[in-house]
Design a protein around this ligand. Structure first.
Ligand SMILES: Nc1ncnc2c1ncn2[C@@H]1O[C@H](COP(=O)(O)OP(=O)(O)OP(=O)(O)O)[C@@H](O)[C@H]1O
Ligand SMILES: [Mg+2]
Length: 185
């Protein structure tokens, strides 16, 4: 079986090579499914992420949610609890900065911090997934820590992915947390 690092680099390369048309179509598909999922679950407080490295763009979903008056949150690297995420409110006026991974995140503002227990849905990025809804991320363990024991919490974790990110069977480690669902664009 391929190692986790091999799967990461293979899938990331395939994902970066998707055409602009494939990206646009995937964004449209996944936005529609996500809006449907949000409506079904009557979710109001929704964590998303800003896409990079060929991930399906979340921008039209975020815009639609803002229009619907939903609250959108983005992950921010925790300033002192290493390996952990904070979720901050994200609005069109939110001041952004580039984090250590080169990803845009809201500037840390205590007033904007929202406890993850009060989120309704956490949409997660992922590099690869399988039919059992196992998730392989970028390798930081950030979402594994956030999603620990999610069945006992209020939020539902849902991945967003291109079809080309699916693999037959992911090698799973004891700390990996499977998702509730994965929406495929
Ligand atoms: N709940 C946890 N508590 C402590 N360490 C953890 C936990 N979850 C993951 N880790 C550590 O994080 C490291 C990376 O984990 P993993 O390879 O599963 O990342 P990933 O799921 O790909 O990343 P991410 O969730 O950030 O997208 C591992 O070395 C693992 O020991
Ligand atoms: Mg993991």
């Amino acid at each position: 079986m391929e190692t986790r690092q091999q799967i990461r680099s293979q899938i990331r390369k395939i994902r970066r090579n998707l055409t602009a048309l494939q990206q646009t179509q995937a964004e449209r598909l996944v936005t529609r499914q996500a809006l449907h999922f949000i409506e079904q679950h009557q979710a109001e407080h929704i964590a998303l992420y800003l896409s990079f490295d060929g991930e399906i763009s979340t921008q039209s979903l975020i815009n639609a949610l803002w229009q619907q008056g939903k609250s959108v949150y983005l992950p921010v690297l925790h300033p002192f609890s290493q390996g952990h995420l904070l979720f901050l409110a994200y609005m069109p006026t939110t001041q952004m900065q580039v984090n250590a991974f080169g990803i845009l995140e809201p500037q840390l503002d205590i007033r904007a911090v929202w406890p993850s227990e009060q989120l309704d849905i956490i949409f997660t990025p992922l590099v690869a997934f399988d039919q059992q809804k196992n998730r392989l991320g970028m390798g930081g363990g950030f979402y594994d820590r956030t999603l620990e024991n999610w069945q006992q919490k209020h939020f539902i974790p849902v991945g967003l992915a291109h079809a080309c990110q699916q693999v037959d069977m992911l090698p799973v480690e004891s700390w990996d947390i499977p998702l509730f669902d994965i929406l495929i664009g």
